[in-house]
Design a protein around this ligand. Structure first.
Ligand SMILES: O=C(O)CCC(=O)C(=O)O
Length: 261
């Protein structure tokens, strides 16, 4: 049964739908990350991202670093449609153009394509009157040290009438926390793999959400997040911007060496 998460004024800020992966999307949420681990490479610090090919990018990769720090998670990005000429740009906090090269056409990963089709059938059949998802991110938390801090999703690149749907993946289960902007906790529970947390872009902006560190969590877990992205860049433009960032990074590195830091 859907659980409505409300703020202090009683307004709904998110919906939690149990068993969404199995009952609506038709996949086993405990095994998807394992299948993607087995099928696709992980790009770590020092590895080249192969443009447009399905791959994981580890938090140690410079293109996924946040202000020079390693992110404690590993990610995959996909979109509906070809990435040869144009890419959809979801610009989250800390986004770097260099990581866009890792985004692939969902057709290249049949299991993700099937899931995305079913998700969009669900969107079409619901009375919500919202646009279809055209972008997805798979996040993997290797153990309880991997996490995502409290944040809201940046709205600028998303369709203002769309929803963000976080489908939790296992085998492990982790806490999911939602707070209002003053820090009052509205929801903080361990959420089982397969559960969906759905919020409109507007509800997302009134709250923050995150997956806290869990000292005793040993199992892998993660999420598959669907969004509707309206911003698109040409691959040529995105590559130019990525090259500029790379050059600046190299210059900072050289300057540190000269300073002996
Ligand atoms: O992994 C999760 O449960 C949340 C992911 C998330 O918040 C995000 O990708 O913005």
């Amino acid at each position: 049964m859907t659980l409505f998460i409300r703020n202090r004024s009683g307004e709904v800020v998110a919906e939690l739908i149990p068993n969404f992966a199995t009952e609506v999307l038709g996949f086993d949420p405990r095994t998807l990350i394992g299948e993607l681990n087995d099928g696709y490479p992980v790009r770590e610090d020092g590895d080249a991202i192969v443009p447009g090919e399905p791959q994981w990018v580890h938090g140690s990769h410079p293109n996924l670093n946040y202000r020079g720090n390693q992110l404690r998670r590993t990610k995959m990005w996909f979109q509906t449609g070809s990435t040869k000429k144009r890419v959809r740009v979801y610009s989250y906090t800390g986004f770097q153009y260099g990581v866009l090269a890792a985004q692939f056409d969902v057709q290249k990963v049949p299991i993700l394509e099937e899931i995305t089709t079913r998700y969009n059938e669900w969107i079409s059949s619901s009375s919500r009157n919202i646009p279809l998802a055209n972008h997805g991110i798979v996040t993997r938390y290797e153990d309880g040290n991997d996490n995502i801090g409290m944040h809201f999703d940046k709205a600028a690149s998303m369709d203002a009438n769309s929803v963000i749907c976080v489908v939790k993946l296992g085998p492990g289960s982790r806490r999911f926390r939602i707070e209002d902007l003053e820090g009052t906790v509205l929801f903080d529970r361990v959420v089982r793999a397969g559960t969906a947390i759905v919020m409109s872009v507007e509800q997302n902006l009134k709250t923050r959400h995150g997956v806290p560190v869990c000292e005793n969590c040993r199992e892998e877990s993660g999420s598959l997040v669907f969004r509707t992205i309206v911003r698109e860049d040409s691959v040529a433009e995105a590559s130019k911007r990525a090259a500029k960032t790379e050059l600046a990074r190299e210059e900072r590195k050289r300057a540190r060496l000269v300073d002996g830091k």
